[in-house]
Design a protein around this ligand. Structure first.
Ligand SMILES: Cc1cc2nc3c(=O)[nH]c(=O)nc-3n(C[C@H](O)[C@H](O)[C@H](O)COP(=O)(O)OP(=O)(O)OC[C@H]3O[C@@H](n4cnc5c(N)ncnc54)[C@H](O)[C@@H]3O)c2cc1C
Ligand code: FES
Length: 285
């Protein structure tokens, strides 16, 4: 049977066809979808079911010819069980969910993509899509991690940099790769110098995103900031349970986000300060 969307409420079983260690405690999986499905957009996510264990949200890193790429970092019981799974085993997925990144149309801009940790998965997919654009614009990737072994998709971005397809600004806290420091350092230097309008697309730990948001606000040439609020607990993934709602707007991250623009982020008082646990209780970020 041929379908063109994934089921929204019930998982469909997909075979793991490749499993690659990408960096410390992080694996990339390629999943073969058993139905014909229309493409996912950069920034969207799926709900991933590890049979007998748990279901949790995971971003889309790539989607081509019905092969779905995800990148998963070890966090708790769900991700730990997933990372033990192997080629030939089956996982359940449903989606694709959420709002995607929206590069501006008919306007020449610098695309500045900033990420860390599993946030590099939507950044990878967005990069792939920007590189396909006919009009060539500057693409800059800013990635930071504790050390070299925790830089996700390092080789993939470094290769594109070496081929002059984009500029890769990479840094580590301990200086083991790239410059020593945080991605905010190079980003701010770039914003001080450029005259071209810039759009910032960010996915990573929320404290980092909040710091970037404060920097971006200082520069008039920053015309939009789009950030993926994936540092959040989700249960249904499609707007029913309200577990992922943020104050004071009540927006549900799974349907109104996870990607929010600059004007929306201004209105979310929880952004960079609080998130909810699975009990619904608020926890400081
Ligand atoms: C839209 C979205 C996209 C995501 N994409 C990816 C992805 O591409 N790759 C990936 O590896 N992970 C991703 N995550 C995070 C992943 O869903 C959580 O880490 C998930 O809870 C892991 O389940 P677990 O059973 O392993 O850990 P849990 O037992 O659920 O959590 C372990 C610890 O992590 C904390 N935690 C739970 N959820 C989050 C969260 N969202 N962010 C930070 N800490 C959390 C918990 O409070 C707990 O302390 C995404 C989350 C969202 C909301
Ligand atoms: S996870 Fe249920 S409403 Fe968002």
């Amino acid at each position: 049977m041929t379908k063109n969307t994934l089921p929204n409420t019930k998982p469909i079983m997909c075979k793991i066809i490749e499993k690659i260690e990408n960096c410390e405690d992080t694996f990339v999986f390629l999943l073969d979808l058993p139905v014909n499905v229309q493409g996912a957009k950069p920034g969207q996510f799926i709900m991933l079911w590890v049979p007998g264990i748990d279901e949790f949200p995971v971003g889309v890193a790539g989607f081509d010819n019905n092969i779905l790429e995800i990148g998963v970092a070890k966090m708790g019981p769900g991700t730990e069980a997933l990372l033990k799974m192997d080629v030939g085993e089956f996982l359940g997925i449903r989606g694709f969910y959420g709002k995607s990144f929206q590069p501006p149309k008919n306007m020449k801009v610098n695309h500045l993509l900033i990420g860390g940790g599993f946030g590099m998965t939507p950044i990878k997919m967005l990069t792939t899509s920007l590189l396909k654009k006919e009009e060539k614009e500057e693409i800059h990737i800013f990635e930071g991690a504790r050390n070299k072994s925790r830089l996700m998709y390092l080789e993939w971005f470094q290769k594109l940099h070496d081929e002059n397809k984009l500029v890769f600004h990479v840094c580590t806290d301990d200086g083991s790769y790239g410059y020593q420091g945080f991605p905010t350092l190079d980003l701010e230097m770039f914003l001080q110098e450029t005259k071209t309008p810039s759009v910032l697309y960010v996915a990573g730990p929320e404290r980092m995103m909040k710091a970037i948001f404060e920097i971006g606000k200082k520069y008039e040439n920053v015309i939009d900031m789009q950030m993926s609020l994936a540092d959040r607990y989700m249960r249904c993934g499609f707007g029913v349970c309200s577990y992922c709602a943020v104050d004071p707007t009540g927006w549900r991250i799974c349907v109104d986000g996870p990607v929010f623009n600059m004007k929306q982020l201004e209105q979310i008082s929880d952004f960079g300060t609080y998130r909810r646990l699975d009990t619904g209780e608020k926890q400081r970020i």
